[in-house]
Design a protein around this ligand. Sequence first.
Ligand code: PLP
Length: 395
Amino acid sequence: MLVPLLDLQGQYAPLRADLLAAITRVCDSQRFIGGPEVDGLERELADYVGVRHAIGVSSGTDALLVAMMALGIGPGDEVVTSTFSFFATAGCIVRLGATPKLVDIDPVTFNMDPAAAAAAFTPKTRAVIPVHLYGLCADMDPILEDARRAGIAVIEDAAQAIGATYQRRQAGSMGTIGCFSFFPSKNLGAFGDGGFVTTNDDALAHEMRLLRNHGAELPASAPAESGGEGGEAAPKPQSGVGGKYLHKRVGGNFRLDALQAAVLRVKLPHLAEWSAMRRRNAERYQRLFMAAGLTDTVLLPTCPADREHIFNQYAIRVARRDSLRARLGAAGIGTEIYYPVPFHLQECFAPLGHHAGDFPRAEAAAAETLALPIYSELTEEQQRLVVDVIRSAMS
Ligand SMILES: *Cc1c(COP(=O)(O)O)cnc(C)c1O
């Protein structure tokens, strides 16, 4: 590959010594579950997002699951979300026995259309899940206002949007709960799976801490046997019985590994710079596509003036997308389609009773979007090659 869709080597190389030292520190401690690395990362993430609580979990998918479990969402409940997102957003709703009420997208931002979302609210609606797709915040003000009036929760799926802002507010700090992913391809990627949830609600935070650990208190920085929960009031364990064996809820094993937390603490201080580099690359594409006279045939991502995009993906829109993708692939340029089939046309959601044509804007996006390489260390020369290949494919 001349230009891979994502190349993590460039990010890893300068941090290699620090990362291996952090991993060694955890190995030497033989403390793999909870502990100071997880606690430290959670404090640093809460600061970064600007919320009272950040709670490490095992993936972005489990972040969504834990958020909905904490809100008590289950059979008979409806949750409104976009039909155009990564599978987990809708999958988690169904896993809890609730019903996803899917809505169409805004054709320019690819994010949930707030008016369509509000129109889908019924007395059974318990929550709305805006997705900050590709790293651009959804239009949150109307969503937050409509949800407040309806008395329902707002769960931000910020899995692709750590550090993105909407009117200077951070993704994951605006709703009732924010859900994030550390999947390696996200702007802040672990060495494996991980995620976290955010909230300003102390009771929900406590609930989510319980749920990620089978409904029991997870021992924090204190010695493993103490049953303490760093800083939060936790009942004393009964003598001879670890607090971890007292189950207040039926949760799951949704914990973030100490090893992943240690890796993420090395990376987090660089995140803002990495996202700025992605924005620089997006501006470079804009200049190159304009210079190539392609901006009529290739629709470039746009960012409303009240938001800061973190460009987890750089998704262009073109007619005859699949043949362009083949040409790019043959030229050694990696691309991907996020996402080729909206939720309402997925086989597993057939019981929802949707048909082709139900959400035409999402269907058009699924047929026309193509994600180009945008990772931080991408060079101008590589971007020129991408645009050159697209120009010759389009002529
Ligand atoms: C990545 C992603 C998730 C799931 O995160 P995982 O860590 O892969 O489980 C959920 N929603 C969106 C929008 C995502 O992009």
